[in-house]
Design a protein around this ligand. Structure first.
Ligand code: APR
Ligand code: PHB
Length: 391
């Protein structure tokens, strides 16, 4: 089998790239290790930047989102001394955030790709890449017990943080930047009406976050130990802890049946460059950010927009100038997003090892933001999404 672009992984990065290339008339095959049900059921964040929403519209993929999404015009931060209420459009040039679960985005992109009759293989696990430094790389994969090969011009490594594409780059050619925070997030989904505003909480017992998926489904998180087991959190304990951390805001909390529970690590990781020969990494395969700010999916979208444009130039004209700039262009925005996600993480979490000096600084930062339109505008501008990088 042969194609122009072999896309490894059908997460947001791989699926958005496939749709962007389809629009450009470039052939690609998407190979996904897991089943359709698995990738459509995976619970992740659900905050879309304006640029991500615009791209869904541009690609004609926004019909269900338009009906089912919720618009976030505000963001609240609760802390010891009060409440910071951010009016997002007022602070960020009219922009807002959109709540629509990542797995809903994935469902819509999968359905549209299959409706296009375009190649997307599930249960097709890529086990190796060959000749990525040549003009004719190949991808080895396993499907239904059979070993298969896909020849291509370009490999797009969209296989997430635990994928295999990043490892195909010789370690001497890659610089890894890594920071693991000493805590995790216990996240739940519950059948209960969410509190009105997206609410981030800095409490002496730890961070908490109240988000939502629909008018009837809440998405809630509390900071826990990095190696915490969800089994140690029976439903009652979760509700009690969240209510305590919400303080005065706890009165609004409505409990309900919890139907999903899991622990998310809090980590930054950047692999640079995002390209080696004919292999281009995009999304979590190249970088992850702490969940504070919900930037993972949006960063993946920003990468593949740059990649699709560069590939369009390459296949149309044979010129590779944009492909040469791909990694640098993406990394500029990646690092700004690492900066923002780290800022929010530092601002809002309980750091067990923090000195009294550092604790005072954290409260002073919150007090500064509470009293400064500039401080609030910085948070809002990043939350709704920085502009795509100039290419
Ligand atoms: N062969 C084929 N597919 C693979 C392989 C492999 N060897 N290894 C991993 N995959 C698939 C995974 O099963 C997954 O469906 O690649 C996909 C990667 O998807 P994501 O992990 O969702 O990564 P990405 O598309 O970059 O999306 C970034 O999604 O992962 C979240 O937190 C992340 O929100 C961020 C966004
Ligand atoms: C979510 O809705 O899952 C979510 C919202 C905001 C975040 C992280 C996750 O910062």
């Amino acid at each position: 089998m042969r194609t122009q672009v072999a896309i490894v992984g059908a997460g947001p990065a791989g699926l958005f790239l496939a749709h962007l290339l389809f629009r450009e008339g470039i052939d690609c095959v998407v190979l996904e290790a897991r089943s359709r049900a698995h990738i459509e059921g995976r619970v992740r964040a659900g905050v879309l930047e304006q640029g991500t929403v615009d791209l869904m519209h541009e690609l004609g993929l926004a019909e269900r989102m338009r009906r089912e999404c919720m618009i976030d015009n505000t963001l609240d931060i609760r802390f010891r001394d009060g409440l910071i209420h951010l009016d997002l459009p007022g602070l960020a040039g009219g922009k807002c955030a959109t709540i629509y679960g990542q797995q809903e985005v994935v469902k819509d992109l999968v359905a549209a790709r299959l409706a296009d009759g375009a190649p997307l293989a599930f249960d097709a696990e890529v086990i190796g890449l060959d000749a990525i430094e040549s003009a004719t790389p190949t991808v080895r994969y396993r499907q239904n017990g059979d070993a298969k090969t896909l020849a291509c011009d370009i490999v797009a490594g969209c296989d997430g943080f635990h994928g295999i594409c990043r490892d195909a780059i010789p370690s001497g050619a890659l610089t890894i930047y890594d920071r693991i925070f000493p805590f995790g997030w216990l996240g739940i989904l519950s059948e209960s009406p969410p509190i009105r505003e997206m609410t981030y909480v800095n409490h002496t017992r730890g961070f908490a976050l109240c988000s939502r998926r629909s008018p009837r489904i809440s998405r809630l998180y509390v900071q826990v130990a990095a190696d915490e087991s969800p089994d140690r959190w029976p439903d009652e304990r979760f509700w009690d802890e969240l209510r305590t951390r919400l303080g005065e805001g706890g009165g609004e909390l409505v409990t309900g049946r919890i139907f999903q529970k899991g622990v998310t690590p809090v980590r930054s990781f950047v692999a640079a460059p995002m390209r080696h020969g004919r292999l281009f990494l995009a999304g979590d395969a190249a970088h992850i950010v702490p969940p504070t700010g919900a930037k993972g999916l949006n960063l993946a979208v920003a990468d593949v927009r740059v990649l699709a444009r560069a590939l369009a130039e390459f296949f149309r004209t044979g010129k590779s100038a944009r492909l040469e700039r791909y990694s640098d262009t993406c990394l500029k925005r990646v690092w700004k997003t690492v900066r923002y996600s780290t800022y929010m993480t530092n601002l809002l979490h309980r750091f067990e090892q923090a000195t009294p000096f550092e604790r005072q600084l954290q409260q002073a930062e919150l007090a500064y933001v509470a009293g400064s339109r500039t401080g609030q505008a910085m948070i809002a501008e990043n939350y709704v999404g920085l502009p795509f990088e100039e290419e």
